[in-house]
Write a protein of this length. Sequence first.
Length: 158
Amino acid sequence: MVLHTPAQVLFAHLQRRQIERLIAQATDAQKELRADLLRTRRELDLMIHQVGVAVKESAKMPRIGPARRLPRAPLRATRIQTPPGARLARCATFLLTKDAYRRYVQPVIADMQFEYCEALAAGATGRARWIAVRGWFLVVPGWVVGLAGRIVRWMFSA
């Protein structure tokens, strides 16, 4: 028994439809071609039937054992990290006004993240860590100014 792939079966179905259209269009001068087309259609029908039988038989076959797994390469422990300053940005957006955050804190965090990514791309992980720590200290002055502005607004708006 010859086994065929699903793509071959699909192609066979498409060919069969095309052959049926050609048979319908055949004239008397094309009788020989018509006989060839009928023979090809029968062969395709047989192939489609064989695939159907093979699929049904394979579903009935008992499994001999567990499926053999291919060996895998050892996996390194990886984790997805948030960029440095992401938590700080969340905290600052909660404590500061939108304008103060945009003016004082956001540019510092954006610069820190840009430098951090450049250091990682260069392979300097130690320098990247230092940039992240330094960024926290650089944000504090802007944070204090922004927080003071929010407190002043709160005092005078009441």
